[in-house]
Design a protein around this ligand. Structure first.
Ligand code: GEM
Ligand code: CA
Ligand code: CA
Ligand code: ZN
Length: 444
């Protein structure tokens, strides 16, 4: 109860700031151009802290329930992103917080180029470069690639799906696989993962038998950037803001942004696995799919139901960091739950473990880390029966760069997932084959 009163007081403060700012600043109509006039409150310092002594999922879930994001989980420590009020709240809960160094500015402020990565990280693609690279790959491989703009972000940027398949212009009766990237703004390496896949499939088709077979027998959807506004905001100053959410304003609050990975419609807000406070990094949004970017992608997936059957059978949602292969559910710590039988769970685990054996990540049910509600993989399986995984990419530690590993690691850490992605694509016609139950579940 004490905690609740404290958070309500915070909410009241945030509301008061919101009203004050709203009165003070002329409200701009929905900007036609992306704007980055951050509300003063947005700039409140969000830093990373290491918390010693937590080892059980329940303890980690209790920490997540304060609205911080859990960025790293080790045997006896977690690393969280928290603002000052949340840090106070965690200390009041008895935790010891060790502040971690902010991402190094990597260059003098004078050299910073707005809306771009620091020159030392020029290997990362900003929004314009992502768009250009997608267009270049699609133009170079018209026989197997098609680009679709499936909708717009809050600020009006394109949300893009690239279809990779032979006869790409036709909707063939082949299992479809969904690869989604960059729900979280600071997780830029996941966009590089998508661009790597476009290059790899484009270059290897017709040369590498495994890739050629995958492209012939499947329809692969690569969605390189689900949160283009957040990504631009994160690098708007030419350095890094550690931003996680989208940039959608929250009426009545000075704090903007919804955590897209708490805004999906399966058991949304059910289980203390997200926050009701707009200020928090895990704010779940005003309602399920209230984030325009989540609605766009959910509508796209629902659009893949043909003749009453969801054509997408499997997927991976890429995040950073921690090097994990995760499967649902996140909203409950039980292995099975309504809509997840023991066979479903065993198939998830069998393929998950094989993918982890390939890329060297750790496999587990996502709630073994901490409980989340409203995540994409719970929705993909719970609502659409898509075997949806979450990959947490490199690194495992803040010490190796955290959310901002140097661009020198991009090639190594994206190609590291080549085999795992191909394994999922190859299993996508029958995930139950991995537990010897193809006859029972997949015989036509
Ligand atoms: C995670 S990704 C989802 C993992 N699911 C659970 N239940 N741990 C998130 O969304 O918080 C971490 C990340 O954002 O990378
Ligand atoms: Ca095809
Ligand atoms: Ca199809
Ligand atoms: Zn993430």
């Amino acid at each position: 109860m004490r905690l609740r009163i404290r958070r309500d007081r915070r909410a009241a403060t945030a509301l008061a700031i919101g009203i004050a700012l709203a009165v003070a600043a002329p409200l701009t109509a929905g900007a036609s151009q992306p704007t980055h006039r951050p509300a003063a409150a947005d700039l409140e310092a969000v830093g990373q802290y290491e918390i010693q002594g937590t080892s059980a999922p329940a303890e980690r879930s209790a920490i997540a329930a304060t609205g911080v994001s859990i960025d790293e989980v080790k045997q006896h420590t977690v690393v969280v992103s928290a603002d000052r009020a949340q840090a106070r709240e965690l200390r009041a809960l008895g935790h010891t917080l060790k502040p971690l160094p902010a991402p190094s500015p990597k260059l003098p402020a004078s050299a910073a180029k707005a809306f771009d990565f620091p020159p030392t990280d020029a290997g990362y693609h900003n929004y314009a470069e992502i768009t250009a690279e997608i267009d270049r790959q699609v133009a170079a491989h018209p026989e197997i690639m098609r680009k679709q703009v499936i909708g717009k972000s809050y600020e009006g940027r394109d949300i893009v799906a690239v279809k990779i398949s032979d006869n790409a212009a036709a909707d063939e009766d082949e299992p479809e696989v969904l690869l989604t990237h960059h729900q979280h703004a600071r997780e830029h390496l996941t966009v590089e993962m998508a661009l790597y896949l476009l290059r790899e499939f484009g270059d290897d088709y017709g040369k590498d038998s495994r890739v050629t077979k995958a492209v012939k027998d499947r329809e692969i959807w690569v969605l390189p950037d689900l949160n283009p506004d957040g990504g631009a905001y994160d690098i708007a100053t030419g350095s890094y803001r550690s931003w996680r959410k989208n940039t959608q304003p929250n009426p009545g609050s000075a704090y903007r942004g919804t955590d897209m990975n708490r805004n999906w419609a399966h058991r949304w807000g059910c289980c203390d696995g997200s926050s009701v406070f707009p200020r928090d990094n895990t704010y779940r949004g005003a309602r399920a799919e209230s984030a325009p970017e989540v609605k766009v992608v959910a509508d796209f997936v629902r659009g893949r139901v043909v003749g009453g059957e969801q054509q997408i059978t499997a997927g991976i949602d890429f995040h950073t960091y921690s090097e994990l292969v995760l499967w649902p559910y996140g909203f409950t710590t039980s292995d099975t739950a309504p809509g997840m039988t023991q066979d479903d769970r065993d198939a998830f685990a069998a393929v998950g473990r094989k993918m982890a054996a390939s890329n060297g990540y750790k496999p587990m049910q996502s709630s073994d880390l901490y409980v989340t509600d409203g995540s994409i993989d719970d929705w993909l399986w719970g609502d659409q029966k898509v075997f949806g995984y979450t990959f947490e990419m490199y690194p495992t530690s803040n010490r190796d760069g955290g959310f901002y590993p140097p661009d020198e690691v991009i090639e190594r850490e994206t190609s590291r997932n080549r085999d795992a992605v191909l394994q999922l694509i190859e299993s996508a016609d029958c995930m139950y084959r991995s537990i010897g139950k193809e006859q029972q579940y997949c015989a036509d």
